[in-house]
Design a protein around this ligand. Structure first.
Ligand SMILES: NC(=O)c1ccc[n+]([C@@H]2O[C@H](COP(=O)([O-])OP(=O)(O)OC[C@H]3O[C@@H](n4cnc5c(N)ncnc54)[C@H](O)[C@@H]3O)[C@@H](O)[C@H]2O)c1
Ligand SMILES: [Zn+2]
Ligand SMILES: [Zn+2]
Length: 380
């Protein structure tokens, strides 16, 4: 079938809206008509080139990076199922999970679905079987982000990447739990393991960080300091549970000094747009003895250098942990977060600052760069 998609041909270019050819779903796959897609900063790393791999390695692996249909925060409706699919039926409402989970590998079996072995193919640009369902009209293959490609009216998606949701939930809000909400909320509740009474700093309160703020508040943190240079983000963070805000690290440090009598934060969560190894020591300076620095932000994938004073790291018994998907289990946490939304305990509506049509995607991402959206959402 033909559908419309936003195709990115190369780093540092605009998205181009194109007709593409989409194959029928194969075994374990379904055709999804997207209703909405959040515009996460992770797609932006393919635009800046921070996630562009060495082309020789990409070729050796049989992967494809460009041209690509980005987008991984999707909510949609199943339109067709592949042979043998019984788990989903036509008409089912689904939310994508940017990390696939097979349910069978050792990580899934251990309750760490966010570390599912099928995640090894997240950057392959391909379906789980290594082949492509998406093609440009000249017949050449086009890659998809996280085996999804939600910046398109339709996609063919593996069952591992889909979570069925209740049909009365608004998909233009529910789509955000596909990545940003779960990643931020889980960064605070699981990765940081926020405990009642904790002092938490969230650095960068955009689409992900705002949910780290609401996760930390929900987990009972006493102080939640939202650190963001953008005034609008700081204002909004207070709606999501921030008790204090800071525009700079210096301001946050001064607040921490007063609020904790110099003990500093129990946990600091980094959700800035682009992670930088050079900033780790600065962030770690806000972490108190025995505390933890959670790194959620995505950095340039070729960056290996980290500034960290190892002496103080050891002597003050600090931890530095990374997290993918906020260490959450998609099949458990996506429904759980949507139930919290239904009960009025989790804010989703307030995260959507602006909506766009697919044709307005370049404007949508410019607005993200300009800091005027918590989350922009494409509504099809
Ligand atoms: N680990 C994961 O599984 C995972 C999942 C989703 C997103 N991410 C990553 O999380 C990061 C945040 O994503 P997002 O969609 O919220 O982005 P966003 O652009 O919506 O938000 C980033 C925020 O950081 C702020 N910021 C930028 N530089 C800062 C600085 N030096 N100090 C403080 N604040 C600063 C910006 O003003 C903005 O509010 C990205 O790197 C994204 O790729 C990681
Ligand atoms: Zn698995
Ligand atoms: Zn994302």
């Amino acid at each position: 079938m033909r559908t419309r998609a936003a195709v990115l041909y190369a780093p540092h270019t605009d998205y181009v809206i194109e007709e593409i050819e989409l194959d029928d779903p194969k075994e374990n796959e379904v055709l999804v008509r997207f209703v909405a897609s959040g515009m996460c900063h992770s797609d932006e790393h393919m635009v800046t080139g921070d996630m562009a791999m060495d082309p020789a390695i990409v070729e050796m692996l049989g992967w494809q990076q460009y041209p690509i249909i980005l987008g991984h925060e999707g909510g949609g409706i199943v339109e067709k199922v592949g042979p043998g699919v019984t788990e989903l039926a036509v008409g089912d409402h689904v939310v994508t999970s940017f990390v696939p989970s097979c349910g069978r590998c050792p990580s899934c079996a251990k309750g760490q679905q966010n570390l599912c072995d099928s995640g090894a193919y997240l950057l392959s640009g391909r379906q789980a079987d290594g082949t492509a369902r998406h093609h440009l009209l000249d017949g050449s293959d086009v890659a998809t982000m996280c085996c999804l490609g939600t910046f398109a009216e339709h996609s063919v998606v593996n069952l591992n990447s889909l979570v069925k949701v209740e049909p009365d939930l608004p998909l233009d809000k529910a789509c955000l739990v596909a990545c940003g909400v779960t990643t931020g909320w889980g960064s605070a509740t699981y990765a940081a393991d926020t405990e009642p009474g904790d002092t938490i700093v969230v650095i960068g309160t955009g689409g992900v960080g705002m949910n780290a703020v609401q996760g930390a508040a929900m987990a009972g943190a006493r102080h939640v300091i939202a650190l963001d240079p953008v005034e609008f983000k700081r204002e909004q963070a207070q709606r999501f549970g921030a008790t204090h805000t800071a525009a700079t690290v210096e301001e946050a440090q001064a607040l921490l000094g007063e609020l904790t009598w110099g003990r500093n934060a129990d946990k600091v969560i980094v959700t800035v747009g682009e992670g930088k190894g050079a900033d780790v020591e600065t962030y770690m300076g806000m972490v108190g003895k025995g505390g933890k620095l959670v790194f959620t932000a995505v950095a340039n994938m070729n960056e290996n250098d980290v500034q960290l004073n190892l002496f103080m790291f050891a002597m003050q018994q600090k931890s530095l942990v990374g997290t993918i998907f906020g260490s959450a289990n998609p099949r458990y946490d996506i429904p759980k977060l949507l139930s919290l939304y239904r009960s009025g305990k989790l804010k989703l509506d307030e995260l959507v600052t602006r909506t766009y049509t697919l044709d307005q995607i370049n404007q949508g991402y410019q607005d993200m760069r300009d800091g005027i959206n918590i989350r922009g959402v494409i509504v099809y």
